[in-house]
Design a binder for this molecule. Structure first.
Ligand code: SAM
Ligand code: SF4
Length: 499
């Protein structure tokens, strides 16, 4: 491979200034640090009536304003926080019911030309063992994820490097979708939805990715605070360009083919209250300009990474209590959005955070490149971006969710039926999407239990299914016969049926 600096220089030409400037007003981007600080500084502790008004808006699935969110962040008394947590859980129930979606990350390569101070994959970490998967290796990884573990949905994770430009991304997406295996239960192992977490792309490359079956496109801003961003992402690297990243989702939505975008903050780099308002401002900007807000919100917290001393001294590290608060407020602030809690967190933290209104979680997670199929390298710290907090299997996670009355949905139908973007936002806000989702969750859960579940998980899973079927029968009697017809076909061995 050519020297890194030349690669970086070559890549700098891939930043297309016009694809940023056309969205800016003069030399201002839409994140005004002073204004966010001012909103936070001038907010006062809200009265009970004010809190009630704001919570009513969340329950009506309306996005809150930055001032309303700043008011919630001022709440001091534990009782009001408890009410906010309960309302967030109710918002989640109204929009997404008791469904949780599971996925796994698939790291395609850990080569990276960037030098983010917090990341084990940064180019100056010479102790990192580097590897990029070949297409055969991608298929091997997919076969384990789809055929042995039972995932239907992946998030493909890429560093940023010329060796895996858009063509590599397209080839790997295709390789994932093409991989079909037989499951231990005699069913079908296949990935039906691939989301992508990658560097910002040009409009042209985004169109190419969309054609190749890109699911939700995720780019985390990491920090919305301009100065902090500059400190942790060195100038002269691709990622050093705050605005190229900030407008990544504008470019995605500009394509009009991509309409599911995922936003996120890497919590711990700057004041979490500022970051919550940054995320909200980003969502409002997209809603205002494109009529489509964030499909998902991610809130990773900084985790330790091998040979990454930056992480030892973090003045803005987020405590578990503050983490709970920020997730509560995000749930209320952007009620339509899916919320993702990952295996970066320990099982105990996930147990505490998930009920606040999360909708997606990963399981059986490995973040070493090739770690699903190459067991020798599995938990080698020198191959991983950071250290995982929860290594439980999908079977264990599904079982625990079922014990709490949640159904794990392996549904990917909404995307395949065009229920995405503006359409899904309207369906989510009106509660209509839930009707399809409930039916598809039941079908895909039954399929998964038959194909992959351990005997213990099957027992508790069937209890959940019985409750779900009874609910459809009473609350949606018109759909019940159609559901049962498909359900019985699944039991008889058919696969991938959906509404
Ligand atoms: N390279 C792409 C990028 O930076 O956008 C995407 C892949 S990166 C591997 C995915 C995300 O991992 C980053 O956006 C960042 O938020 C998160 N991350 C990086 N270092 C981390 C750490 N030490 N702890 C937790 N999350 C981290
Ligand atoms: Fe590269 Fe992403 Fe890690 Fe930054 S966070 S060093 S861009 S992989």
């Amino acid at each position: 491979m050519p020297a890194l600096l030349n690669e970086t220089e070559a890549w700098a030409r891939r930043i297309v200034p016009d694809q940023v400037h056309r969205y800016m007003s003069g030399d201002q981007d839409f994140i005004n640090d002073d204004k966010i600080h001012e909103i936070l500084r001038t907010a006062v502790v809200p009265s009970r009536q004010r809190v009630d008004e704001i919570l009513a808006k969340s329950l009506a699935v309306e996005t809150l304003s930055p001032e309303e969110v700043a008011a919630l962040l001022r709440v001091q008394d534990p009782e009001t926080w408890a009410r906010m947590r309960a309302t967030g859980a109710e918002v989640k129930r109204r929009v997404y019911d008791n469904r949780i979606v599971t996925f796994a990350p698939l790291y395609l390569s850990n080569h990276c030309v960037n030098d983010c101070s917090y990341c084990g994959l940064r180019r100056s970490n010479t102790a990192m063992a580097r590897r990029t998967l070949s297409l055969d290796e991608v298929k091997k990884e997919t076969a384990v994820l789809a055929g042995e573990i039972g995932h239907k949905r992946l998030i493909a994770v890429y560093g940023e490097h010329p060796a895996f430009d858009v063509h590599y991304m397209v080839d790997t997406l295709r390789a994932i979708y093409e991989t079909k295996t037989t499951t231990p239960g005699g069913g079908r192992g296949e990935i039906r939805r691939v989301n992508v977490n990658a560097a910002p792309q040009t409009v042209e490359d985004l169109k190419v990715l969309a054609e190749a079956g890109l699911g939700t496109f995720q780019v985390f801003q990491e920090t919305y605070h301009h100065d902090t961003y500059a400190q942790v992402h060195p100038a002269g690297t691709m990622k050093g360009d705050y605005r190229w990243r900030l407008y990544a989702m504008h470019r995605a939505l500009e394509t009009e083919i991509i309409d599911d975008v995922g936003l996120g903050v890497l919590f711990g780099l700057y004041d979490w209250r500022f970051e919550v308002l940054g995320l909200l401002t980003h969502n409002i900007e997209l809603e205002t300009r494109f009529g489509i807000g964030a499909h998902t919100i991610s809130f990773p917290r900084l985790e330790p990474a091998a040979h990454t001393p930056f992480l030892d001294h973090l003045p803005y590290r987020v405590s578990d209590d503050d983490f709970e608060k920020l997730v509560t407020v995000l749930r209320l602030a952007i009620p339509h959005a899916g919320m993702i809690i990952t295996a970066r967190e320990s099982a105990d933290v996930r147990r505490r955070i998930l009920p606040l209104g999360c909708t997606q979680t990963d399981a059986s997670t490995k973040i070493g490149v090739g770690a699903y199929s190459d067991h020798a390298s599995t938990q080698d710290g020198d191959r991983q971006q950071f250290v995982l907090g929860d290594t439980r299997t999908l079977d264990e996670v599904v079982r625990e969710l079922a014990e709490k009355g949640c159904i794990t949905s392996f549904c990917t139908a909404g995307y395949r039926c065009g229920r995405t973007g503006r359409c899904i936002m309207e369906l989510l806000r009106s509660g209509t999407e839930g009707k399809f989702c409930k039916l598809n969750a039941v079908l895909t859960f039954r399929e998964w239990l038959d194909d992959f579940a351990s005997p213990e998980t099957r027992v508790v899973g069937h209890k959940v299914l019985a409750a779900e079927l009874a609910e459809v029968k009473t609350k949606n009697p018109h759909a019940y016969p159609r559901l049962m017809e498909s359900y019985n076909r699944i039991v008889a061995g058919e696969r991938d049926l959906y509404f």
